[in-house]
Design a protein around this ligand. Structure first.
Ligand code: PAF
Length: 261
């Protein structure tokens, strides 16, 4: 009997067009798509962020049903984290910088839950978005090192027409904060345009992003870094395969974005 290829789309719910694009990409190369929905408490280093993370399972199921995605894995917290849980998965070097440096414990939570999802679902493939670029690299490393028999499929960032990268957190932005948040993608696009004109100096490329972010008092940048895409090490000179990654708080909402140069 021919084996059916199963693709997993791991999510934390409150689905938007970005998640649906991951599911469509999964469907394009697989026979069965399973979408997991689980707000993983161990990857939140900030209790307020976990408490305010938007959730609406009914809405998520309706959105998936409309596109004929019928298989959803939505475990309860104690199904994944049983009483006395004490085993963690850590990816070392790749998690030391960027998000890892600003959100202690975050990637341990991500790597652990993704390992549990892979064990529970046993997919042939799993789709992760480039929006969380460091997370994507961490999962690729995890799969390579621990030899999970899972193909990782990269999905491009989905943006609103005005450039804002889709995120479940965007619903928490006030209209004023949302228009400030546009400076994030504006800065990244400006840096890429400068790179395309020949600028290679990393400080100059990140400076144009900072200069956009500084135009709104509602934005507090956490980091803007030019890194190599493979090992995420910071670089002083941009070359093809370089990417700018950033995190900034807009009002009370923490957003991340990135762009390949
Ligand atoms: O990217 C996410 O939504 C989460 O980090 C993931 C991969 C579903 C793990 O909880």
């Amino acid at each position: 009997m021919k084996q059916r290829r199963v693709a997993l789309v791991p999510t934390m719910g409150y689905l938007h067009e970005g998640h649906l694009s991951l599911a469509r990409l999964a469907a394009a190369s697989s026979d069965v798509v399973i979408v997991s929905i689980f707000v993983n408490p161990t990857q939140f280093n900030n209790p307020a962020d976990l408490a305010t993370y938007p959730r609406d399972l009914k809405r998520d199921l309706d959105l998936l049903e409309k596109e004929d995605f019928k298989i959803v894995f939505a475990p309860h917290e104690d199904e994944l984290y049983a009483e006395g849980f004490q085993s963690w998965v850590n990816v070392a070097r790749l998690t030391e910088t960027l998000e890892g440096a600003h959100r202690p414990g975050h990637f341990q939570g991500v790597a652990t839950v993704v390992s549990m999802l892979f064990n529970a679902v046993a997919p042939d493939a799993a789709v992760f978005g480039e929006k969380d670029f460091q997370q994507l690299r961490v999962i690729e490393q995890l799969v390579k090192d621990l030899k999970f028999p899972v193909e990782i499929i990269r999905a491009p960032i989905v943006r609103e027409d005005d450039g804002l990268a889709l995120s479940s957190r965007n619903v928490r932005l006030s209209p004023e904060e949302r228009s400030s948040a546009l400076l994030i993608s504006k800065g990244l696009f400006e840096a890429r345009a400068l790179f395309q004109k020949g600028e290679r100096n990393g400080s100059k490329l990140t400076a144009v992003v900072h200069s956009q972010l500084s135009q709104s008092p509602l934005i507090a940048p956490e980091y803007v870094e030019l890194v190599r895409e493979d090992d995420l090490t910071p670089i002083a000179q941009a070359a093809p395969g370089a990417r700018i990654l950033l995190a900034a708080t807009v009002g009370k909402v923490r957003l991340i974005d990135n762009l390949s140069l």
